[in-house]
Write a protein that binds this ligand. Structure first.
Ligand code: SF4
Ligand code: SF4
Ligand code: FES
Length: 930
């Protein structure tokens, strides 16, 4: 630690033990140990003068100013002398909370201090020296990014010495920087360009040859490194180490030879690597899929929400020539801070896939599909639905909340069936039990994601969040390492959380519920304190999740805990909220007459007891945990109607296929795992005549004699607000509104936008990055674009809205829970291994397999088992084992793992193998492949 107490990030060669977060495997082999005794507490919150974005936001009430002798926060709140200090920046007095960083406070006052290494989502290191300012009474210029404000401080960012230093630093950085701007992906949205333009010297005195490196190193399947362009700001290194915990990328060598590299040519194998591309202030780290695809001024963009998992990270979609070419993170301190995972960033290619369905298709007499008009297709479907047809409705997890409302209304009110469910991959997940067990007043979370940061204890009982809910993993990591939460992980197998968990309870195979019940009498009890947040998500099909939720309900009642319920997909919670569930109506009301769940609907179809099977984005053959039953259901004689993006295996076995619009092509909302509603804005036209699923429901309802009068997104929401008691207060205009009025971010030659009285600096398109507001692409010459990063902050957060709860109070635990789960088949044998199956971040799922960037990354299928079990079966790491269940067998690579004896884990949908051919059996047998 430095004598002045500031945090200093060490280059790799000085890393020794750097706290619990360090993944030993990520350190380069053969690094010398630390020269000092004991750990270097680089992550110690007490040494963090800046804190994370959320901390800062919490500490900061916003821009403060002096009015009539009183110091006010933005919004008029009077500041007492106790909670602020007063300082002067460029002659203007400002009040700020003690401990905040000078660079932030100046920015809120409208004074932009140039910077490279500073990033509001990470701790300051003050290495680039770009932000030097003059502070009265200090002999030397001080870095604004690591200097906390103090009472009476008088700061001048325009003082001649400070301006000289800024110019000098830029000249220094440009000495070795190549003149690549015309061919650099960052050109036009580059902070180095922008700041040189505004603060640079204008010309270079340097005539010597520049330092050169081999250009365009592919350091992973997704990231390309150009070391010549690097300004050694350490942002990528800090992100990888501090935020992601994957220290794959490091500073190596010394002095002028210092460079960014991965070690031993090992790939930058992180699920979060794309964030380093977005925060790199130059074009040193670029995106392989986006390289040379577009210039910023070619792009149209719109704010949206990632369509993969239930974290619901806000993103911006960007298109060129009506093709989606880039997704980037938008900041939201409630959800993702500044980050998204690589699946959300690079998994967008499916939207523009040539395989998309573009027109309704009908199976003809010769069993071939033929294009038909919407009128024809819908009339044919409506004809099948009339006259008391026995109908089952199954919805997939990637539908919007509006689709969900329309599907529930069509099924329950118009068709008159209660057989409606939205749990496909998560079939049987007892979400309703979260309410019944008293964990939450809703069939959903009572905690928010940010409650993790203030929790004293977090209990994790669910899938591996790094694979299934990647950005939630970052939040959990931050809660433990930055906020000292005690994390207790209960799992039969090692999860990514184990590396920083306070306690790991390795439950027996199938013994998770008992492990939860015994928690209070285990050694972990000493670390249990309040407030407690219990995180639960269905871990594996066929497991006793109902028992687990009941046990968590007892623990939650004892500690008055909140729950963060973690369903798998972007639309899962919205579907539950809107009553696409056999025993829940919209607004989490218990249905008077429960219907059949997904398994029972498919069984009825397989037995010939259904006339029509309506599938909305539900690829049951690929995703339902019993592929055999799904296949029999489609062949059981029901008229199968599928609304889909692609001709999936399920879709191609349907009678009518209706093309659906994708997330970037529509206005809508997703409700994330904390029940936060966030809005998608349309950017592209849907291909052909594809439509949003809710419009298909409207048309079918009309043909069946019920005209809902919906023509737009607003009409759907008016109906939701009138009928769903948890959503009556949702103000959909507020979904598009941004957070607090942003401070001007950058003044690189721009005038204030005259059309926006709030003082936002006008970049191209003004309030949203790159032309969203005008809806037209930014035109070359119209304006010089602000750098992406700065525009990203300018776009500011759209905080979203957390909907109400059914009764606002914790119901008393009833002590009884119901299981709608897929119980073990009758006559299940106790022989064999308990099967756990789970998703990896990359697989061969429908959307990701269409992503040209990600589809090659799925791994070979494998089976994970305990070393002792493997010994008994004479299996070793890397062997091929024959896994058998229910007459199905598969040959899978053996991986020895920290997993309970008697259990095995198999991932879903890895290269060429669908685990749902096995998951109908809760137990499998293993043998050597002879
Ligand atoms: S590669 Fe980019 S983010 Fe990393 S140190 Fe260099 S300039 Fe900074
Ligand atoms: S964490 Fe989930 S929502 Fe966020 S970017 Fe990744 S897949 Fe998308
Ligand atoms: S931004 Fe302050 S030293 Fe780099």
């Amino acid at each position: 630690m430095r004598a002045d107490g500031r945090t200093l990030l060490l280059p790799a060669w000085r890393h020794g033990r750097v706290g619990r977060a360090k993944q030993p495997a990520a350190l380069p082999r053969g690094l010398p140990g630390a020269h000092r005794r004991g750990p270097l507490h680089l992550r110690d919150g007490s040494s963090n003068v800046g804190g994370c974005a959320r901390d800062r936001a919490r500490r900061c009430g916003g821009h403060a100013t002096t009015v009539g002798g009183h110091r006010l926060r933005l919004g008029g709140e009077l500041l007492s002398d106790n909670d602020s200090v007063t300082l002067t920046i460029n002659g203007r007095e400002v009040a700020a909370e003690p401990g905040r960083l000078l660079i932030d406070v100046a920015e809120e006052l409208g004074v932009f201090v140039p910077r490279f290494c500073y990033h509001p989502g990470m701790k300051p290191v003050a290495v680039c020296r770009m932000c030097l300012v003059q502070i009265e009474g200090q002999r030397k210029l001080q870095p604004a990014c690591s200097t906390p404000v103090a009472d009476g401080m008088v700061v001048n960012t325009q003082e001649a010495g400070a301006v000289d230093a800024q110019e000098g630093m830029l000249e220094f950085l440009l000495i070795n920087h190549p003149l690549d701007c015309p061919i650099c992906d960052r050109g036009g949205e580059c902070p180095l360009q922008d700041q040189t333009y505004k603060h640079g010297p204008g010309s270079s005195r340097y005539v010597e040859p520049k330092r050169t490196y081999e250009k365009a190193l592919e350091i992973s399947d997704l990231v390309v490194l150009d070391r010549e362009r690097c300004v050694l700001c350490w942002r990528c290194v800090r992100f990888s180490d501090e935020i992601a915990g994957d220290a794959f990328i490091q500073l190596v060598d010394r002095g002028p030879g210092t460079q960014i590299l991965t070690f031993n040519d090992e790939p930058f194998d992180s699920y979060f690597s794309g964030n380093t591309i977005q925060i790199c202030p130059v074009g040193a780290l670029t995106s392989k899929p986006y390289r040379f695809v577009a210039r910023p001024w070619d792009l149209k963009s719109a704010p949206s929400v990632c369509s993969y998992c239930s974290v619901g990270c806000p993103i911006t979609n960007e298109s060129r020539d009506e093709k989606l070419v880039r997704c980037q993170a938008l900041p939201n301190e409630n959800v993702n801070d500044f980050w998204i995972c690589d699946k959300g960033r690079f998994g967008y290619h499916y939207v523009d896939s040539d395989e998309r369905l573009t027109a309704p298709l009908e199976r003809g007499a010769n069993d071939e599909f033929q294009d038909v008009s919407w009128d024809h297709a819908l009339e044919r479907v409506a004809a099948k639905l009339r006259d008391g047809a026995r109908v089952g409705v199954i919805a997939g997890g990637h539908l919007t909340t509006e689709d969900a409302w329309a599907i529930g209304k069509l099924a329950k009110n118009v068709i008159g069936t209660r057989d409606v469910d939205s749990r496909v991959a998560d079939a049987g997940a007892p979400y309703a039990d979260v309410m019944i067990s008293g964990l939450s007043p809703a069939a959903g979370s009572s905690a928010t994601i940010n409650d993790l940061a203030t929790a004293r204890t977090i209990v994790w009982m669910g899938p591996d969040p790094k694979e299934a809910l990647p950005v939630l993993y970052l939040k959990l990591r931050g809660a433990v390492l930055d906020h000292n939460a005690k994390l207790i992980v209960v799992s039969p197998r090692r999860l990514s959380l184990d590396g920083f968990a306070t306690h790991v309870v390795r439950s027996e195979a199938g013994g998770e519920a008992r492990a939860v019940d015994e928690l209070m009498s285990s050694p972990a009890a000493d670390d249990i304190g309040d407030p407690m947040v219990i995180c639960w998500g269905p871990s594996s099909p066929g497991r006793d999740d109902a028992g687990v939720v009941a046990a968590l309900g007892r623990l939650g009642a004892a500690r008055d805990a909140k729950v963060l319920m973690c369903p798998p997909h972007s639309g899962s919670q919205g579907l539950l909220d809107m009553g696409v569930h056999p025993s829940l109506d919209a607004g989490h009301e218990t249905a008077a007459e429960p219907g059949r769940d997904t398994r029972a609907i498919l069984q009825a179809a397989a037995d010939g007891r259904l006339d029509v099977l309506l599938l909305f984005g539900a690829d049951v053959i690929a995703d339902f945990p019993d592929a055999d039953l799904a296949g029999r259901a489609l062949g059981g004689g029901a008229h199968v109607v599928t609304v889909e993006l692609f001709p999936t295996e399920t879709a191609t076995r349907s009678d009518v296929l209706l093309p659906s619009a994708a997330f970037a092509e529509r206005e809508g909302t997703f409700t994330n795992l904390e029940r936060r509603i966030q809005k998608l804005e349309p950017l592209l036209e849907a291909p052909g005549v594809a439509r949003e699923p809710w419009r298909i429901c409207v048309a079918l309802a009309r043909l069946l004699g019920d005209d809902w009068g919906w023509h737009s997104f607003v009409d759907v929401w008016n109906d939701i607000r009138s009928n769903v008691r948890t959503h009556t207060e949702v103000d959909i205009d507020a979904l598009s509104a941004r957070g607090p009025t942003p401070a001007p971010q950058y003044e690189s030659g721009y005038e204030k936008d005259p059309s926006h009285s709030g003082g936002v600096v006008a970049g191209p398109g003004g309030q949203y990055p790159k032309g969203y507001r005008s809806g037209t692409p930014f035109q070359t010459g119209q304006n010089w674009p602000l750098s992406w990063e700065l525009r990203g902050f300018e776009a500011r957060q759209r905080p979203g809205i957390v909907a109400g709860t059914p009764n606002g109070a914790r119901p008393s635990p009833s002590g009884s829970t119901t299981s709608t789960g897929s119980a073990a088949p009758d006559g299940e044998s106790a022989d064999g291994f308990v099967l756990y199956a789970g998703r990896m971040i990359y697989d061969e799922g429908t959307m990701i397999s269409k992503s040209t960037a990600l589809r090659h990354i799925a791994r070979r299928p494998f089976v994970e088992l305990n070393e002792e079990d493997a010994k008994e079966l004479e299996l070793s790491e890397g062997d091929e084992a024959v896994v058998r269940a229910n007459g199905t067998e598969a040959r899978l690579e053996v991986r020895l793992a920290d997993i309970a004896r008697g259990a095995v884990f198999i991932p879903y949908d890895q290269k060429g193998f669908r685990a749902n051919t096995l998951t109908s059996a809760p137990r499998v047998t293993l043998a050597r492949d002879l």
